[in-house]
Design a binder for this molecule. Structure first.
Ligand SMILES: Nc1ncnc2c1ncn2[C@@H]1O[C@H](COP(=O)(O)OP(=O)(O)OP(=O)(O)O)[C@@H](O)[C@H]1O
Length: 510
């Protein structure tokens, strides 16, 4: 269907009672335009500005919540009877309904308790008198450092966004650090990464391609003025069970670097942090479940957690109470009935959206009949939705980039080893990958380009590359074995010669 200048548009309003929400789910190819007409409303804690049109796309599922009550308006194309079969591609959500049963009061109370911790932490830094109610176990002068745990699609990411956004909106100039240790989610960059960023402004929700807001990739900073510069490590796989030892190490690296990078001054330290985790940390059965307590411990140590929130899971709550209840607050919070179950096929589509967005930026086409121009001219479009990037396709020699794979042997199969010889590869051993070998697995592979190693040779060590953060990602789009050259798609024109990269299990094709 075309941009549809000749499609007429009608509006439909929803009136929301106080403490209720409008929930919607979009199908592929559908976008939705919502405007706040009266009252106050928020999406996962980020306030909607009055009269501004917000666009949602790429199968976004979310809710507009209001504390005080509000009216919101959708702009929808008016369909003739012959077009009604096109409803699914025309700005109509496939699921939409109002609900007055939300866990927002409970989440609001958690926010208030965390806010009191921040205020006390700051008072302690300034040497001001500390008002301690003494009636909760979140007293003391530590900034809140919150670990959010819960089973699959319990709403962990949404809770993390709500708590972070409420902190940012508290008017105290807090910049809480959002930590994403769920490699299947992608966070700010591409799936496979774990990362952290201090959040200075509310995280917007528009598309699952950027679940935590947009980031700087190849865009000049002034274009992506609201973009964040996260600190990332590359795990390379979607699932924790693939390499728990590597995950453990990266979590610890991330924690250490957050301390060095974001918490050097006492005041930013008071904002605290919120850690979003994968559901595998909560799964008490199935493969990988034996590693989950190690992973939780890695997070507790690395991020010096002092509050654990368990989203809607009684057994995990009891387990966390037993393990950590004597030294920190462990709180069970309700799961929202609005959380949508996401299947594997959907998650794979979202990974594709995320990779596409990383290289090309994203444009959410408004529903037919609403022109993109109108949004931009009216200043209504946020840079989030129009950031278009121009990646570069370049050819490099095989030897220009040193590529490693962590802890996985890909060359000769075990059956090809001499009888009696066992291949011993540590899970965290970096293995050189030779692009000239036909089974290198590099075609269409996503590679993380690492920060340069220590310039001081004496400080180098074997596994140093495990401890280097990511500076960008590339995809190998063609391999020319006879000429020993490969074509790579990269977000910016910087030279790749001499760079070190790690390949994981993610592949991407346009
Ligand atoms: N109240 C709500 N109304 C509508 N959609 C919602 C609501 N809360 C969450 N969602 C949507 O449900 C989906 C799952 O939520 P979320 O990502 O927060 O869960 P999760 O526990 O982090 O998932 P995962 O299993 O990937 O770790 C997301 O698409 C989210 O936007």
């Amino acid at each position: 269907m075309d941009g549809g200048e000749n499609v007429s548009v009608h509006t439909r309003q929803w009136t929301l009672q106080p403490e209720s929400e409008y929930r919607f789910e979009l199908d592929p190819g559908t976008s939705l335009a919502i405007k706040l007409v009266t009252g106050y409303a928020e999406i996962f804690g980020a306030e909607l500005a009055d009269g501004k049109t917000y666009l949602f796309g790429q199968e976004c599922k979310a809710a507009v919540f209001t504390w005080q009550g509000c009216t919101i308006e959708m702009s929808l194309p008016l369909l003739s009877p012959s077009q009604s079969c096109m409803r699914h591609v025309t700005g109509h959500p496939s699921v939409e309904y109002l609900s007055d049963e939300t866990p927002m009061v409970a989440y609001g109370n958690v926010h208030m308790a965390l806010e009191a911790m921040r205020v006390r932490a700051l008072a302690a830094v300034h040497g001001s008198p500390i008002h301690d109610d003494g009636d909760d176990d979140m007293s003391g002068t530590d900034a809140p450092r919150v670990l959010v745990l819960g089973p699959e699609t319990s709403g962990k990411t949404s809770v993390c966004k709500i708590l972070t956004n409420y902190a940012v909106r508290a008017g105290q100039d807090w910049t809480p650090v959002f930590v994403n240790v769920d490699p299947s989610e992608g966070g700010w960059a591409v799936p496979g990464a774990i990362s952290a960023a201090p959040i200075p402004a509310p995280i917007q929700t528009a598309t699952p391609a950027s679940p935590l807001g947009s980031v700087v990739t190849s865009a000049p900073n002034h274009v992506a003025s609201n973009a964040l510069l996260p600190l990332s490590y590359w795990y390379g796989h979607a699932e924790m069970k693939r390499n728990p030892l590597l995950m453990d190490r990266l979590i610890r690296n991330l924690g250490e670097n957050i301390r060095d990078k974001y918490e050097s001054d006492a005041e930013s330290h008071c904002s605290g942090l919120v850690v979003d985790t994968p559901s595998s940390f909560a799964a008490s059965s199935g493969t990988g479940s034996d590693h989950r307590l190690t992973m939780i411990k890695a997070c507790v140590d690395a991020f010096r957690i002092n509050v654990i929130l368990v989203v809607g899971h009684e057994k995990l709550n009891v387990e966390m109470q037993r393990t950590y209840g004597n030294r920190m607050t462990v709180l069970k919070i309700p799961k929202s009935g609005g959380v949508v179950e996401l299947d594997q096929v959907y998650r794979e589509r979202v990974h594709k959206y995320q990779l596409h967005t990383y290289f090309y930026g994203h444009v959410i086409e408004p529903p037919p009949g609403l022109s993109t121009k109108a949004y931009v001219q009216a200043g209504e479009q946020t840079p989030d939705l129009t950031l278009q990037l121009s990646p570069l396709s370049t050819t490099v020699n095989f030897g220009d980039i040193t590529i490693y794979r962590i802890g996985e042997e890909t060359m000769a199969p075990n059956s090809a080893l001499p009888i009696g010889a066992a291949r011993v590869v540590s899970e965290v051993q970096p293995l050189l990958v030779d692009p000239a070998l036909s089974g290198s697995g590099l075609y269409n592979a996503v590679l993380a380009i690492l920060a340069p190693p220590n310039p001081d040779e004496a400080e180098r060590y074997d596994e140093e590359i495990l401890d280097l953060h990511v500076v960008g990602y590339i995809v190998i789009t063609a391999l020319d074995l006879p000429n020993k050259r490969m074509t790579v798609l990269s977000p910016s024109p910087g030279s790749l010669v001499g760079k070190t990269a790690i390949v994981g299990s993610f592949e991407w094709q346009e």
